[in-house]
Design a protein around this ligand. Structure first.
Ligand SMILES: [Mn+2]
Length: 333
């Protein structure tokens, strides 16, 4: 097993070795990296004789429930009153990302974390944080290297979930040599890649497709075809039989069009506030646009929630996008 990096914080290995009962925690709205990394770490520690518990505030999303061990993940109230030697937060950029589960994290005798967000404020007792790692899953794989442990099939499925999710199925710029070395190990374990890919990424529930259709029907081009926007409301969710989770990923359709550099996806379904997601193609940036509406995020992906007249808010968002297109054009002249 060829690896580029090991664990950089020796305190993590000491903390894991010294603990008997370990609680592994992840973030709210858990994704394939969070759930996959938690389960892989749990399986690794069980092989090393630890008693492992797993905790998430929110339920495991349907597309990840097939992952080996997913049924062992419990909400915080089911783990109340149990004593843990060590709490390990995985894929949590800050403590509040654990939601309700953060309470249990703080009750652990010692705390550690494994994370790959550059903004991480190092909130645990032991902090294994690498802002350059493509996913938390790669960092669990590094830990396996320290233990001279190759992934078996169940662990490999969990690592596949982690690395394929956070790299956008090996499309995002975070995808690097380590990602593919880890992927190579995963393939060597003999997992059914097509089955995993279908479960995690490809199969979509019918309400998602109906909501996608209604969203695309509102697709609007402006700023000379450099910007797009889509809007959905409560009536679209109702007609599609969809919940909030079914809108995930729809925004990408409006971004991945030739010539488009900025897009926004407005959701007016909540009575009190409009939710707007923004996406950009480099070197364009949307964190500053989201900030105009009290939101934030990353350069290429950001969002906000704003109270007020939806039509007026959407108009202002589109204006801000159009202004950036003009500014960037002026700069390159
Ligand atoms: Mn992640």
């Amino acid at each position: 097993m060829r690896q580029l990096k090991g664990i950089s914080e020796p305190g993590l290995l000491r903390a894991l070795d010294g603990a008997r009962r370990v609680l592994i925690l992840g973030h709210i709205s858990p994704d394939g990296d969070c759930v996959g990394s938690m389960l892989a770490l749990g399986a690794v520690l069980e092989k090393r004789g630890k008693k492992v518990s797993l905790c998430l505030q929110d339920p495991v999303p349907g597309n990840l429930r097939f992952l080996p061990g997913a049924e062992k993940i419990l909400p915080p109230d089911r783990l109340e009153g149990e004593g843990f030697d060590l709490g390990v937060a995985v894929d949590c950029a800050d403590e509040s990302r654990m939601g309700e589960a953060a309470r249990l994290f703080r009750l652990c005798r010692a705390t550690a974390q494994i994370d790959h967000h550059a903004s991480n404020p190092l909130y645990a007792g032991v902090n294994e944080v690498d802002g350059k790692a493509s996913c938390a899953g790669c960092m669990i794989w590094r830990l396996m290297g320290e233990y001279r442990m190759e992934p078996d099939k169940p662990i490999a499925e969990c690592l596949y979930s982690a690395i394929s999710t956070d790299t956008g199925r090996f499309c995002f710029s975070c995808t690097d040599e380590e990602t593919f070395l880890c992927a190579s190990c995963v393939a060597a374990a003999g997992i059914d890649i097509n089955r995993c890919a279908r479960e995690i990424h490809l199969v979509k529930e019918a309400p998602h497709l109906k909501l996608l259709g209604r969203s695309l029907a509102t697709l609007k081009f402006f700023a000379g075809g450099r910007c797009t926007s889509m809007v959905i409301g409560a009536e679209d969710y109702a007609a599609s039989g969809a919940g909030r989770e079914h809108s995930d990923g729809i925004i990408n359709y409006a971004l991945n069009i030739p010539g488009v550099r900025l897009t926004c996806f407005a959701d007016t379904s909540a009575p009190d506030a409009v939710r707007i997601s923004f996406r950009a193609v480099e070197p364009y940036h949307v964190n500053d646009i989201a900030a105009l509406f009290g939101g934030g995020g990353h350069a290429l992906a950001a969002g906000c929630r704003t109270a007020g007249d939806p039509r007026e808010i959407i108009r202002r968002a589109e204006e801000a996008m159009e202004a950036q297109i003009r500014e960037m054009a002026a700069e390159t002249e």
